[in-house]
Design a protein around this ligand. Sequence first.
Ligand code: FEO
Length: 145
Amino acid sequence: MAIQQLAQPAVSSCQWTAQYSVNVARLDDQHKKLFEILGSLQQAMMARKGTDVISSIVSELANYTKTHFACEEGYLRMYGYPELEAHKKEHEIFVEKIRQFQNDLAKGQVTLSLNVFRFLVDWLKNHILGTDKKYVPFLQAKGVR
Ligand code: FEO
């Protein structure tokens, strides 16, 4: 038991910190909300909640993710961001990943594994720190705050 626990890679924290800021208040607030939802998911998993609770949080994550992506893409479209299409493709892959996962949950085929959870958290962090951060100087130059 102790060996298994030691062998488990730690789940990274679901906390938004200033390093994730994209310097646009509305988008930062949305990113914070995504971290919050993932934090709820983590708590539900740790408390070994049932599939109904997990599914409901994953639905909230799916819906809010779409809301955020649409808003962010709206900013990038409005100001003519040259890398919008590549950015949108990354968003689509994540939305599809959550959708597949929701389908599996609905069919009772999977429980939310630590690996899936880790994927969601790592994807969000890497996406914000990599792809989202790329638009920061662009939007700043357009005067977006
Ligand atoms: Fe903040 Fe590109 O998602």
